[in-house]
Design a protein around this ligand. Structure first.
Ligand code: BTN
Length: 266
């Protein structure tokens, strides 16, 4: 994507996001940045309700500290910062909520079927297309700044051989070019709307919308903290964990505990 195309994207996105911007959200678009998440964390105090979108990231970050390759090829690198007074146990559902919200937005806009690999990976036909990284930064008040990062392979994807895992992009999946401003607007609106849900509404929505997209449902997973033996994923728990069946019992495990057979990277 050239700088000129990026300028056009800016104008289109401003138009598409008018209702959101009128409701108090600020949109910042930059050509190049180390990481949109890192930037919003660094300026968290002044970034309430800020969406930051970059054409490229030179040090994009994925979950578990892995790099997120972010060349200027027409993919989505977006972060949203919001100040919140919700307790941490409520916020822990947000990263799952954003993941479902993005999957739903893609399905709605593009008529595709988007699956989720717990907790935060977005998949098309068994190949990773994007992911969500939620981080927090402390504020001088009792509130916390929540920074929600979304990376989506829209026009291009990294080399699956180098990544050693199946990976795809939306354009390849639907076999045509995708309007990045449409994807960026749909994803931005979905994130902001999810953040405005009450905890009870989020919980109810997650429980009803998760299982039809759950890529791990009834699949074997490795949970080193449970020791050796077969674990079968059985869906989402009410507090956002992964329910697994192990030695005939249902147990709930959390993000740090589950290894899905490989290290999570892009
Ligand atoms: C994952 O590992 O699956 C999550 C990837 C999240 C990448 C996005 S791109 C925008 C934002 N800025 C970052 O540095 N990371 C997130």
């Amino acid at each position: 994507m050239t700088s000129i195309e990026f300028d056009e994207l800016k104008a289109k996105l401003q138009r598409r996001l008018t209702p959101l911007l009128d409701s108090g959200v600020q949109l910042i678009m930059v050509e190049t940045i180390e990481s949109t998440n890192a930037q919003l964390k660094a300026q968290a105090v002044t970034s309430n309700q800020t969406l930051l979108l970059a054409r490229e990231q030179t040090a994009g970050v994925g979950r578990r500290g892995s790099p997120w390759q972010s060349p200027p090829v027409g993919n989505l690198y977006l972060s949203y910062c919001i100040h919140s007074d919700r307790p941490l146990n409520e916020l822990s559902l947000w990263s799952l909520g954003v993941t479902v919200a993005v999957a739903e937005a893609l399905e709605r806009e593009l008529s595709i079927e988007c699956k989720i690999k717990w907790p935060n990976d977005l998949y098309l036909q068994g190949m990773k297309v994007g992911g969500v990284l939620l981080e927090t930064a402390s504020l001088p008040s009792d509130d916390v700044a929540v920074v929600i990062g979304v990376g989506l392979n829209v026009a291009s994807h990294p080399d699956p051989v180098l990544l050693q895992r199946p990976v795809t992009c939306i354009s390849k999946h639907i076999n045509k070019l995708v309007d990045l401003s449409m994807v960026a607007a749909a994803v931005s609106s979905a994130i902001v709307e999810m953040c405005r849900l009450s905890h009870a509404a989020l919980q109810a929505w997650l429980m009803s919308s998760w299982s039809s997209r759950d890529l791990l449902l009834n699949q074997p997973v490795v949970v080193p903290t449970l020791g050796e033996g077969l674990c079968i994923a059985r869906g989402l728990s009410h507090d956002g964990g992964l329910e697994v069946e192990f030695a005939g019992e249902l147990r709930t495990v959390y993000a740090g505990e589950v290894s899905l057979g490989h290290v999570e990277t892009q």
